[in-house]
Design a binder for this molecule. Structure first.
Ligand code: GLV
Ligand code: MN
Ligand code: MN
Length: 436
């Protein structure tokens, strides 16, 4: 059967539009200004007015690109480009726009703007697809504020519970549900909207690598195989607050000294060579009363254990708890362990990655297959819908810091891969569905 010219043709027959790096740069700059910090970083935390502002800005850009835009009850912003066949599952791409405190300008934003550029290029090429295309901007990907990550994607895949809405709290004690309502979301509708394979055929996420592997090897693209899972616990160490001058050393129950021993123990656990891919971090500590002349009475540590191997992830988290109890016992400090969140590693489907790999080969773009130590919405979406991830190099591997950077040329290559991957999937899925 002859294809009409407006339907995507295989690469080679089809135009290879050049991503418009000028408008990508201008948009990157505009988003960087929302929550800009003094040292060129970005602070745009989950479910804050700044994150909402970023979603409103992308919604305007999506409408300008001809998309129909909606915001779901959990603050995810979705732009839809209709396909020729109404009622078929969509092909989605996107990422997130929130950041960690004083994070970088590229984490998440690059994936969102890459997907936007694909929509713009398709429009400029006058191309229609068989399937609807979605540009998805997930809310609250970073676990920085509430401890648990990927809250927007979990909400639409059945992985967020109503218990999480009251249990997960930020450093000020604001509950997740309350924060969501505070920026106009409707968390009480949790469970009503749930994405499935009927809505989405595939999800593709472009993201900065956040490590140095691609740069070191001189490769422009990484295709993700597995995404590490995470188990996060809060360790509450209670000693006794006493006068720092009057209390002899042998009578102290110093919570911070106990916490220090636990922190070094966590590092030693993860560095054990038998563990290979485990990483563990104490990224946050609160001390009370945090006063120069008082022996610390209480320390709260947040521990993030990640691994591509779910057994090792959970075993290490258990060993962290045992270690904390042991230190507490020896130092006469009480230790409480609370689970903040627990997500399994995800293995992304090979067939989908293979299509993206073939696109890279056809475009003459070198790539490697690699795991992701960082977490991503794609790992959550992959529980219900096939997902793939395209990494582009991070300069010097910097991420979650103002030093985060990727070159426009590398971002442009990510856009090209995404553009052709979307068209290829559209064609392949249409053939499978008997539409082609
Ligand atoms: C998300 O950026 C993460 O913390 O892995
Ligand atoms: Mn990210
Ligand atoms: Mn991040």
């Amino acid at each position: 059967m002859l294809r009409e010219p407006s339907v995507a043709a295989p690469i080679g027959e089809q135009a290879r539009p050049t991503p418009n790096l000028g408008r990508l740069q201008a948009d990157l700059q505009q988003f960087a200004e929302l929550g800009a910090t003094a040292d060129s970083g970005v602070s745009r935390l989950a479910y804050t007015p700044l994150e909402r502002e970023a979603h409103q800005l992308i919604a305007r850009r999506m409408r300008d690109a001809g998309l129909e835009v909606r915001v779901d009850p959990f603050g995810n912003t979705i732009g839809v480009r209709p396909g020729r066949r109404a009622g078929t599952a969509a092909i989605a791409s996107g990422s997130h726009l929130d950041s960690v405190p004083n994070g970088g300008r590229f984490d998440g934003t690059v994936g969102v703007l890459s997907a936007l550029e694909v929509m713009r290029l398709l429009r400029e090429q006058g191309l229609e697809t068989e399937h609807p295309l979605w540009l998805v901007v997930f809310a609250a990907e970073e676990g920085a504020r509430f401890g648990a990550p990927c809250l927007g994607s979990k909400a639409v895949t059945g992985l967020l519970t109503s218990d999480d809405l009251t249990r997960l709290r930020d450093a000020q004690g604001i509950a997740l549900g309350e924060a969501m309502r505070g920026v106009g979301c409707q968390p009480e509708t949790l469970g009503r909207e749930r994405w499935s394979a009927r809505d989405l055929a595939a999800f593709l996420e472009v993201h900065i690598e956040q490590a140095r592997v691609l740069e070191t090897e001189g490769r422009p693209i990484g295709l993700v195989d597995g995404i590490a899972g995470n188990t996060r616990v809060r360790l509450i160490v209670s000693g006794r607050a006493d006068h720092s001058g009057a209390t002899p050393m042998h009578l102290r129950r110093d919570a911070l000294a106990a916490a220090a021993e636990i922190i070094l123990g966590v590092e030693a656990l993860a560095r054990d060579p038998r563990r290979r891919s485990t990483v563990a971090t104490v990224g946050r500590i609160e001390i009370e009363p945090n006063n120069l002349t008082t022996v610390p009475g209480r320390a709260v540590l947040s521990v993030d254990v990640r691994d591509i191997d779910s057994d090792r992830q959970r075993v290490t988290a258990r060993e962290v708890a045992q270690l904390a109890y042991r230190v507490g016992e020896r130092r006469a400090a009480q230790v409480l362990v609370e689970l903040i969140t627990d997500s399994s590693p995800a293995v992304l489907p090979i067939w989908l990655r293979q299509h993206v790999a073939e696109v890279c080969t056809e475009l003459g773009i070198d790539f490697r297959v690699m795991n992701s130590g960082a977490g991503h919405d794609a790992a959550v979406v992959a529980r219900v819908v096939p997902a793939a991830m395209v990494f582009i190099p991070s300069r010097d591997g910097a991420s979650h810091s103002p030093q985060e950077s990727s070159s426009l040329a590398d971002i442009g290559r990510g856009v090209e891969v995404l553009y052709h991957a979307v068209l290829r999937l559209d064609r392949v899925l249409a053939e499978l569905e008997g539409l082609g």
